[in-house]
Design a protein around this ligand. Sequence first.
Ligand code: ZN
Length: 657
Amino acid sequence: MMQKNFEYQVEQFADIRILRYTVPNFSELSLKKKLYIYYLSEAALWGRDIIWDQNNKHNLWLRNCLASLYHCVNKNDSSRNKLELFYKRVLFANGIHHHYSTDKFQPDFTIDELSNWIKDLSDEQIIALSCDSVPELTKRLTKLLFDVDYISKRVCQDEDKDLIIHSANNFYSEVSQEEVESFYHSIINKDDAKPISYGLNSRLIKCNGSVKEEVYCAEGKYAATINKIIFWLKKAAEVCENNQQKLLIETLCEYYQTGDLSLFDAYSIEWLKEQFGEVDFINGFIEVYGDPLGFKGTWESLVNIIDKDETTKASLISENAQWFENHSPVLEQHRKEEVSGVSMKVISAIMLGGDCYPASPLGINLPNAEWIREKHGSKSVSLQNISKAYEMASLSSGIIEEFAYSEEEIKLHKQYGALADNLHTHLHECVGHGSGKLEPGVRSDDLKAYGSVIEETRADLFGLYFMADKKMMELNLVSHMDVCKAQYNAYIRNGMMVQLARITKDANIEQAHMRNRQLISSWVFEHGQQTNVIEKVRKDNKTYFVIKDFKALRHLFGTLLKEVQRIKSQGDYEAAKQLVETYGVKVDVELHNEVLERYAKLNIAPYSGFINPKLLLVKDESEQITDVKISYEESFIEQMQRYNNDYSVESVGIYEL
Ligand code: ZN
């Protein structure tokens, strides 16, 4: 079981927080299921070098250089901490460019310091890095790290420039944007009703003057790594939970063998059909954000298991969708006669790999191919244990203490905050969005640009209103009304203040969810002012919003829900505009500055990533596997170095600079 003082936040460096997530109930799974997870996890970890190489062609070589220096530089060298910091940043970003901004990192150390470190390497180590001498290695690293104009950005988005030539990713070689566009223009068949994802799994290069694809597959680029992935996937297929999983894994392996993209589509369709197992995974070249032209998929993987408790709660809510609809405070004519809830799968991550590691997504909605989504649907899941890790880390970050008014508010949050937030999300997703109906003749896009904010407002209000309903206790989803109080406190605190920390000085709120949260919070604050529902309090020169009357607040949420539903049902564009512009867009400048100042003092790094758990096979004397153990002890750098050593078969190229 988990030790009591388990730390969700492990460390913080530069602009990065390193967190740890846990997998609930892993030890209680059957051995067969644990093995299935283990083999899929091996397949997830093996692809790591692909993403490093895709991000930039020098990355694998640079990683080897930094690893050698990190090991050799004298521990007493006072500049060594600068080397360690740089190494960690590169490890976190899977390469030399920042994972989010995609800008090349600038070292804190000097060229002199670098040169001194290199002198600590042995001749063998220099040769192992494909260099003949200290000066040669120094020259190469100096160019790579200190020339700010060289490979300055991984993904160039500047439309005035050639996006391909100015992007430092490794999806293209010696081709211009025009050549890429005309290459794909010539092979894409626009009339194809089931188009493959052209270019998704290849590098486009120029060879003897002609442009061609180098396909990522068992017989092409990244063959060594892809063969490892296939090996572990095949082992997984032997212990999977059902025939559908076997079929989809076999299809995926077939695709990896030749890189035929129509097989990737076939695999995606089989993957969609698999709804019955507890364990699921993604593994492949999937998201295209790393390519400014959106053709090339970065390699990623995730192994996950269903979170039964949360999925049961979500199902309970969706099964009662009609009850919620019938009791919703909206106008009679805006209620649906027949409503069905959306069933939602809540999952826990077990292993993050490739582009999902160490920075992890919070939810997944795949596949990406539009025609498959239309014809076969999509899988949409949220990663419960990843959001829990964020939530738990925030408990120790000081945010609650800074922005909550009283000890009681802090206590309520620590006790019920996470539970309450999950329930609110389930209500929002499973019944909120699906509720209500449009009046005859009204179209869903009548609210134009305000449509999405109004829609999110509506779903959030639906959740807030029903959080406090006796029905939630009847369904055993809420044990105590304090759960609801915790949610109301958190919602108002965030909507009025905390979320403003993400807005830069003097800017407006742009993002739809942030707009709707401020809209709701400031509307109920204003409309409850005369009866003192929420009080704005100043204490020690700090502002707080304190809920004085929870019952009245619930009533206000209901009143606003009725109005927002009316706006949607009648397509009342003017009212939507008025509501959003008045309450959701502009920020209170004075309050905003105060929040920025208070938040900055907490010193919370803006980006987060995760350490994976470590899975270990347990064997008896006759080498029979008897168990798979999970542990959470590795540090960030220990895990990264283990991956460097254990999951690397690509030959590391040394390229001209
Ligand atoms: Zn929503």
